[in-house]
Design a binder for this molecule. Structure first.
Ligand code: F6R
Length: 260
């Protein structure tokens, strides 16, 4: 696990976008795992800039999003399909048929989840998974207590996550109770993981995930077992880390060939 602490969220997102760009330049048919929420918005903005100004090419890319609210169709303003269209897909040259997001209107939810897993397999697996982290340590919508080997399935949101996401809905009664989310095991199958976290509100879950015990009570802590997970933080999100100085030291002394 590598911890990168950048002075600001902007700088962290520029680095994150360079990370993705490097992958796409080495592997034009890469499979990206994508996240929604406030965390990756600036990252996506930087990817759009790289596409427009430096011709970063998404034409061969396939994408799989982590999750979607159950009951919301693709045109619902708070659906993750709509979020991805507005914040990334409409602004780059990714082929619409290569973008995958769990079907929030699925009637047979277990079958839709199994199909999603199969589609990921058929695409060759995820090369790079982008993650945010919930205030309670969730990744995807794998809330505390989720099996650490779970696959794509229905989950019930915690009251806290529903409150955290209330800003995207007109009124509290509109917030869905259920989601379809990739499982922790699905996420761990990605060949590489890039988790981003910004702001004071993420200091506690980041400290628990990075320096606490591996436990289903903090689903993000499983990333300690991933062979290639990078945690990209701003100073505020890093403020609860006991070994922050060591992580900075490691970064400063990296051999040139390891730098992005
Ligand atoms: C989003 C997702 C969630 C968010 C997390 C953080 O697709 O799966 O795990 O990454 O809830 O949300 P923000 O970024 O809004 O703080």
């Amino acid at each position: 696990m590598e911890i990168l602490i950048l002075p600001t969220k902007q700088e962290a997102c520029v680095l994150g976008a360079r990370w993705i760009a490097r992958l796409l330049r080495n592997k034009s048919h890469a499979v990206l795992g994508l996240a929604t929420g406030s965390t990756p918005v600036l990252l996506y903005r930087e990817l759009i800039r790289l596409h427009r100004e430096e011709r970063l090419d998404f034409s061969g890319v396939t994408s799989f999003n982590l999750d979607e609210y159950l009951g919301l169709g693709p045109d619902h303003p708070a659906s993750y399909r709509r979020f991805m269209e507005e914040n990334l897909f409409q602004h780059i040259n990714i082929a619409p048929e290569k973008t995958h997001i769990p079907n929030g209107l699925a009637t047979d939810v277990p079958a839709a989840c199994a199909t999603y897993e199969e589609e990921i397999q058929r695409a060759g697996g995820i090369d790079l998974q982008i993650l945010g982290i919930g205030g309670d340590g969730h990744i995807g919508f794998n809330e505390p207590g989720s099996s650490l080997s779970s696959r794509t399935r229905i989950k019930t949101l915690t009251d806290r996550t529903r409150r955290d996401n209330a800003q995207f809905f007109e009124k509290p009664g509109d917030i869905p109770w259920h989601v379809i989310t990739m499982g922790v095991g699905t996420i761990m199958d990605a060949r590489e993981i890039l988790l981003l976290a910004f702001g004071k509100g993420k200091a506690a879950p980041i400290a628990a995930a990075v320096e606490g015990p591996v436990t289903a009570s903090v689903p993000a802590s499983i990333l300690q077992f991933h062979p290639k997970a990078t945690i990209l933080l701003d100073e505020e999100a890093a403020s609860g880390l006991e070994r922050a100085d060591y992580y900075r030291w490691v970064h400063e002394h990296k051999p040139g060939w390891q730098r992005v």
